[in-house]
Design a protein around this ligand. Structure first.
Ligand code: AMP
Length: 232
């Protein structure tokens, strides 16, 4: 078990201690859908004690709830298009104001357009952007085999990360399902949308000198190691 560090009677893990010193860590995980941003973010969360904020998860929760935002977002999401900037920006701004973001956050799936990145500038200083890279055929293989838990959003893959029991989440026993937008037509659309609207963010962050390329054509532990090394 990881040793604990005591400060003012509060028990903190080593990762939290790092943050406690005031080294706020605001990170962006950038990359095409299916590259593994969510999977790697969940591993980094364990090390760094900062939350993973997935706008995709937030939007899916809104759709499930049937909220006004969910009703507006559903059609875009099902067809693999981006939800309009104003809706997502508003959602994200509210989320990063929550208490658990005081020491930093990992943005997983935001920003996805230049206007989203520009709006973020006024809200938070970004320390690093990880640019997760993979070949197109790898991405299609990852997306089409991905299975998600209905209850806890854990991510599996029919061959790369198989659950112990087929169709059942290892973590909470929830039912695994294939997202509608992980089906072939939506995958094609999402990859086109990524190239057109999101890939320009690579240069946006490169010019700021805060971009780190991460090669995801390797087993997950290696990707996690490279990501943690790039975070520093
Ligand atoms: P994800 O789970 O990140 O792949 O997101 C699933 C879907 O949610 C996307 O295909 C979009 O329709 C929508 N979405 C998630 N994040 C954003 C964003 N930052 N901007 C616009 N739409 C988003």
């Amino acid at each position: 078990m990881a040793p604990e560090i005591r400060r003012s009677g509060v028990q903190l893990s080593p990762g939290a201690y790092f943050n406690f010193k005031g080294d706020k860590m605001n990170l962006i995980f950038l990359g095409p859908p299916g590259v593994g941003k969510g999977t790697i973010a969940k591993e980094v969360v364990k090390e760094k004690n900062i939350p993973q904020i997935s706008t995709g998860d937030l939007l899916r929760a809104a759709v499930k709830k049937g909220s006004e935002l969910g009703i507006k977002a559903k059609g875009y999401m099902d067809s693999g298009k981006l939800v309009p900037d104003d809706l997502v920006i508003d959602l994200l701004k509210k989320r990063i104001k929550k208490d658990d973001c005081q020491e930093g956050f990992i943005l997983d799936g935001f920003p996805r357009t230049i206007p989203q990145a520009e709006s973020l500038e006024g809200e938070a200083k970004i320390d690093k952007t990880m640019n997760f890279k993979a070949l197109n055929e790898t991405i299609i293989q990852r997306l089409s085999g991905r299975r998600t838990c209905k209850k806890c959003n854990a991510i599996f893959h029919i061959t790369n990360i198989p659950p112990k029991v087929e169709g059942i989440c290892d973590k909470c026993g929830g039912e695994l399902f294939q997202r509608d937008d992980d089906k072939p037509d939506a995958i094609k659309k999402r990859l086109e949308v990524y190239q057109k609207q999101t890939a320009p963010l690579i240069d946006f962050y490169k010019e700021k000198g805060i971009l780190a390329d991460i090669d995801t054509e390797q087993p997950i532990p290696g990707i996690v190691k490279d990501t943690l090394a790039a975070i520093g």
